[in-house]
Design a binder for this molecule. Sequence first.
Ligand SMILES: [Zn+2]
Ligand SMILES: [Zn+2]
Length: 221
Amino acid sequence: MTMCLLCQQLLKPRILFSDIFLLKKEEGGICSVCRKKFNLISDIHCPNCFKEGEKTICSDCRYWQEKGLDVSHESLYSYNDQMADYISRYKFIGDYLLRIIFADKLKQYFKNKVGYCPVPIPISNQRMKERGFNQVTELLSAAGVRFTALLQKEDTKKQSEKTRKERLALQQPFSVIDKMAIPDKIILIDDVYTTGATIQLAKKVLMKNGAKTVISFSLAR
Ligand SMILES: [Zn+2]
Ligand SMILES: [Zn+2]
């Protein structure tokens, strides 16, 4: 019997032998009740960053605009309680099985992004040691989306270990991995987009190293 990866209810058993053989799981491993609690971003969203419910450019995007920086971001789901719970279990608790839940949706999305090289936001070596996997690359792998890991992330000090000056300065934690060629068109990918600061920092490094167009995507906004 297969259980929903989120609520542990039994999923409707499937009787096709081929499904067992191919280890297919109905609805990406979760039940329809849990699936419905995820909220796909509606047509009413910030035109620049997909923030749900915004009819014009949102305050986060205006902040970047004032700094002379563009935002060209798309997202699939709004960051509601269900998504927060998912992210916490998948990323912070490290439940690796949860990487498959959005595989179909991600696959569909990236089919329409032909011409852009998908580049995941990296995690630091320290995080990698703690978590055992990069939550972004695993989402993509589960969806069969090919990507190029161009960036690396330095281990940054914990907020509490930083001096006041360090806390205030927006540090650049990203750099291009040695000798990697930078494609002209890149789509940066993260799990969650909050203020856009992470994407802006990664974009800055890529543009400095020769990228011409950098757009971005996150599972949730
Ligand atoms: Zn469920
Ligand atoms: Zn916005």
